[in-house]
Ligand binder design. Sequence first.
Ligand code: URP
Ligand code: ZN
Ligand code: ZN
Length: 459
Amino acid sequence: MNKKYLIKNGTVVSAAESRKADILVAGEKIEAVGVHLECEDAQVIDAEGKYIFPGFIDTHTHFDLDAGDFHTADDFYTGTKAAACGGTTTILDFTTQEKGQSLKEALNVWNRMADGSSSCDYGFHMSITDWNDSVKEELKDMSLLGVPSYKLYMAYDNLKVNDRELYEILSAVENEQGIIGVHCENGEIIKAITAELKAECENSVALHPKSRPAEAEAEAIHRLLVLAKLAGTPVNIVHLSSSLGLQEIRRARAEGQKVFAETCPQYLLLEDSVYDRPGFEGAAYVCSPPIRKAEDREALWEAIAAGEIDMIGTDHCSFHMETQKIRGKDDFTRIPGGMPGVEHRPVLFYTAGVKNRKIPVEMMCNLLSERPAKLFGMYPQKGVIKEGSDADLVIWDPDKKWTITAENQIQNVDHTPYEGMKVCGMPEKVFLRGCLTAENGEMVRELGGRYVYRGKRQL
Ligand code: URP
Ligand code: ZN
Ligand code: ZN
């Protein structure tokens, strides 16, 4: 049985407001939130001068992902530990249906990988890669099994669905009141440009962003939004990276469409000069979509400030430089795509957004916790500090200054895209369903995570 905790004098943050209040935690749940709470048998924690956020939710991780000849550097064990140490108490990873596989089989595979290995709570978006009538029948079962969200790809030959399938899946998932996130890049044009670049130029990491231009993202977003309009469904644009893509979302919203958008720390903090770093260093930043120009980064921050972005996920997909990214030394298209971030997302957003760009903490709470909980069917179990909610809590020290380094990270990977970055803010204490799980970036109690049965979308 968990202990009781009385967290006193902190500033409790929600998407709507911040207020001074005490929180009583009993077992896995929040028992009360109010002023001057007392409880004789609870351990008292003084949170004076600290923010208390509902545990952060990362809407986009890839742990233990098969990249052909190897798996991602982080599996559920290391990835969820890193998440919890950074203040993230729930992650949503991706199960990918293999060709010929049922969705239930795919879900079982991923549940086996995560079950008993996770230090934060977890759920799965289902990636449909092989659409047919029996898969359509399975959507109801997915709802019953707590999977209301899906991911579809418009790029990658082994994963992508065609426009007809996209349209049909959008309509079918709408019957379940679920939500589809889409990887929006035009895979065919990327193949054509890549072939041209390979014929013309010497191999170089700098070709990666050229091979996947912002136009390829914007065209795919445009086409998806036309299909979603025809299907009469909302849709979620995952890992939005470009100003051109954002304009497509704005246009559709202005015409009355319901469109959700997720972006990631790498698109908010980095710019495409990372690909010009000496030697093979730029490979660390190979991800899809690629890191864009400074103008794109600024456009995304403006969109955040204007309330046009719904979520910040990481797309955490880590590969070691020394043994994995190196596969693409002589062919940039063979560099496994993806970068780490699950551990540092809250502090990166707090530093770059709240401290440097004066984004309100309430907005940070909305983007990193409350809105994902609502969109992905977990609210108010997750995403809010409220009587009866899971006691997933982050006591956040707003003044702690430190430096991100690969050497000191929990993520099981030999680099970080944010090496040497000076940051502000620290998850001083992280509670997962009432258990003290991490303190000052270190693990206190591992393997406490479990599967979250999610319901219909709530937005
Ligand atoms: O390069 C990336 N982002 N790899 C992860 C898979 C994806 O497309 O989200
Ligand atoms: Zn993607
Ligand atoms: Zn991804």
